[in-house]
Each structure stands twice: as structure tokens, then as C-alpha cells.
Design a protein around this ligand. Structure first.
Ligand code: UDP
Length: 387
């Protein structure tokens, strides 16, 4: 009856399902463990009518015209006029991050900053992006001093909270997401398109999945329906010869038989305030104090106006344990975990037409736009194989 079973209705699963349905691959069954679509992009109005991101702030950003055009079929956008901008709270002051030349001037004062700016520009070039760990290795004592400031005031405590490890201990790819910018660009991302779906992510997912060939079943754990036995895939106990696109956590699908793949999780502490404004901006990172990493104020993230009061969320990271209700948000990228992941991946290698897609299933740190691209590419590949 079904040609494809997609496990998970997050961005990877929803885009893959849509692309296959439109390509005429046959009926697509989407099985979603939670009671809603959209994965961690899911948003909804809270009891005060304020649109919140239930799983923490999600900002869509991309330079990929194709991806932007594709999603624009399913949503209009609220694009940030000046890009997404974030500040860090350091000693009672808000300073722009990524650390850039504006931050340099705020921190060091005009006179000293001018000299330091010259040094940074001649060492790395105007407009360049330098990872904090690379900056720390500079032979120039002044540059090392800047690096030390950035390391201490932006990276160390935040990273300890987020990962339970120092910036040196985690994958350089992770801190590399927030490089020092040798420019006056206060935007958090340098992508051309930055914003959120105008009416929220959830309506965008509703449209993505609204196709006559797609059937979505909520509250269904993949393990209840899909099993792997003797090198074959079974759906409801019967041999399934269609395609399976799996976007969940691979270790849990295989009952953690080699041990758990480590992930970081988050506790979200939402608070509604009877004030028109709390922090005047979407995101403030707490890089030197507090137990939470950041505070998001939703009205500025979503562009919603005319709200009654304001809703904020604080994020408290912790080690995912697999306990009921916990959600694995971030793969912890390192060699040991990569080896363990490959063992799990090996269990699917011999299966015909069993595809792994998405942050969880690939055990990677992907942005939304990359996920859309990968989902479209996979759908194309599957269609190619049928020809
Ligand atoms: N980071 C940091 N301080 C900041 C912002 C980021 O130390 O103020 C580090 C931290 O290790 C974080 C990583 O850079 O996990 C990537 O940050 P990003 O904002 O991309 O994280 P996300 O928004 O995906 O949680």
C-alpha cells in the first residue's frame, strides 16, 4: 500500500516526504513519535497568544537560493531587516557576537581598538572569519590578548554550560560556527536570507505535508511499526519492499545495543511577563554568568506585534540520558562517538532501501537549510534508482 515510510516529521522527514510524493513515487506514510509535526521547529501560541518555539529558538538562514525558493512555496517569510543579531551579556553590558570589530571597539575603547584592528586586519585580512582556537595560537601578543578576552568572556563558560566540556575538548566545527569576524558585521549569520516563516514554522510544515499521497500518523514510535530482522525490513510484521527514510536516533532504534550515543539535551524554562518588553531583542547569550545559556524573547524572534505581555525562554543544557520526555538535541561530535555511530550505521548498511537522514540519524550538527538540501537530494536519488 505504501511505497515509502518516513520516520519523523521534522524538517528532514517532511521535505523528503513532500519531494517523493510530488515526484510520483507512490504513497508515503510518515510516522511521528510526538503528537505534532515539525520536529524541533514546532511552534505554537502559548496561553497568552504569543507564538513560541516549543524547542528553543529556530532561525532559518541560508545562502542557497534553491532551498529558499523551495520553502517559499509553503510559506511567506518574516525576514529580519538587519539580519539576526545576538549580544552577550558581559559584566552588565551587551556586546555584539560573534565578536567583531564593533565589539573590539566597545571592549577596548577607540584608541587601543584602532591599533588592534590594524593588527587583526593585516594578520587575517578585512572581512575574514577566524576560529577562536586559531586566534589563540597567534604569534602576536596583542592578538593573543584579544583571543584570551574572547575565549574567557564569550566561549569558555557558555561552552561549559552547553557541552559540559571546554572549547578545546569539543569539536572545532562547533565553536567554528561562531568565528571572530574581522568586519563591522553585527549579524549572527552572514547568510543572505535570515528570518522565520511569517505565520510560524508549524503552518509551513502543515503545507509541506498536505499532499494527497502523504499520510501522517502522530504518536507512533517507529519501533512499534518497523523492525529489522535477518537483513530485511518489516512493516507491521510483514516484509516491506518499499523505501524507509529514517530520521530518528539510530541507537534507540536498535535498542542501544552497543551503548547509548551521547547527546546534549535542554530544559526550557518559559516565563510570561506582564510587560511590553523584557530585553528589547530576540536573543541574549549569558556567556560569563548564570546557569542558563541564553534568553530568547519571542516577540522579537517572530515579529509578532500587539502581544499582551511578553514571553521569554531560558535554556538549561544537560546530558541526555534517554529518560522519558527527554529530547536529544545535539550530537556530541568526537572520534569515540563517531566510531560508535558507525557501528550503528553498520546495522543498516546491508538493508536495501533504508536511508538515514537528518541531524539525529546522521549524528551531525546540521542547519535547517542543509537539511532541506539533503532531503531533496535524497528524494532525487531514490527516484533515480527507480528509473
Ligand atoms: N558559543 C559560545 N558562546 C556564544 C555562542 C556560541 O561559546 O555566545 C559556542 C558554544 O560552544 C556553542 C557553539 O559556539 O555550542 C555554537 O553556537 P551556536 O549559536 O551555533 O549554537 P546553537 O544556536 O546551534 O545552539
Amino acid at each position: 500500500m505504501y511505497q515509502t515510510v518516513v520516520i519523523g516529521a521534522g524538517i528532514a522527514g517532511a521535505v523528503a516526504a513532500r519531494a517523493l510524493a510530488e515526484a510520483g513515487s507512490g504513497r508515503v506514510l510518515v510516522l511521528e513519535k510526538r503528537e505534532h509535526i515539525g520536529g524541533n521547529c514546532y511552534d505554537r501560541p502559548d496561553e497568552h497568544g504569543i507564538l513560541i518555539h516549543a524547542y528553543g529558538p529556530h532561525i532559518f538562514h541560508t545562502n542557497d537560493e534553491g532551498v529558499f525558493e523551495y520553502l517559499s512555496r509553503f510559506t511567506d517569510w518574516y525576514l529580519y531587516p538587519d539580519g539576526h543579531q545576538v549580544v552577550a551579556e558581559v559584566e552588565g553590558r551587551h556586546i555584539p557576537i560573534p565578536f567583531n570589530l564593533n565589539t573590539l571597539h566597545l571592549v577596548y575603547g577607540e584608541e587601543k581598538a584602532k591599533v588592534l584592528e590594524q593588527k587583526l586586519v593585516s594578520a587575517y585580512g578585512a572581512g575574514s572569519r577566524v576560529g577562536i582556537l586559531e586566534l589563540k595560537k597567534s604569534k602576536d601578543a596583542d592578538i593573543r590578548q584579544i583571543a584570551e578576552y574572547v575565549y574567557e568572556n564569550i566561549f569558555l563558560r557558555y561552552t561549559m554550560k552547553q557541552w559540559g566540556q571546554t572549547p578545546e575538548e569539543i569539536s572545532p566545527e562547533v565553536t567554528g560556527r561562531v568565528p571572530v569576524l574581522i568586519s563591522r558585521d553585527n549579524r549572527y549569520f552572514q547568510d543572505k536570507y535570515q528570518g522565520v516563516p511569517k505565520h510560524g514554522f508549524t503552518p509551513m510544515f502543515e503545507r509541506l505535508l498536505a499532499h494527497e499521497a502523504i499520510e501522517v500518523q502522530l504518536g507512533v514510535s517507529a519501533k512499534e511499526r518497523i523492525t529489522v530482522k535477518d537483513g530485511a525490513v518489516l512493516l507491521d510484521g510483514e516484509l516491506f519492499s518499499g523505501d524507509v527514510i529514517f530520521t530518528g536516533a539510530l541507537d534507540e532504534f536498535f535498542d542501544c545495543r552497543f551503548g547509548r550515543l551521547p547527546y546534549r539535551s535542554l530544559r526550557f524554562d518559559f516565563e510570561h511577563l506582564d510587560e511590553t518588553d523584557f530585553q528589547g531583542r530576540p536573543v541574549v547569550n549569558y556567556t560569563v554568568s548564570e546557569d542558563f545559556t541564553r534568553i530568547t524573547e519571542f516577540q522579537y524572534l517572530t515579529g509578532q506585534t500587539g502581544c499582551d505581555g511578553t514571553t521569554i525562554v531560558r535554556e538549561y543544557p544537560f546530558a541526555y540520558s534517554g529518560a522519558p520526555g527527554e529530547i536529544p538535541y545535539y550530537a556530541i561530535l568526537n572520534e569515540e562517538n563517531g566510531v560508535l555511530y558507525e557501528k550503528y550505521r553498520g546495522l543498516t548498511a546491508g538493508l536495501a532501501n533504508f536511508y538515514l537522514l537528518g541531524r539525529l540519524a546522521a549524528y551531525k550538527y546540521y542547519n535547517m537549510d542543509v537539511m532541506v538540501q539533503k532531503a531533496l537530494t535524497l528524494a532525487e536519488r531514490i527516484m533515480e534508482e527507480k528509473r
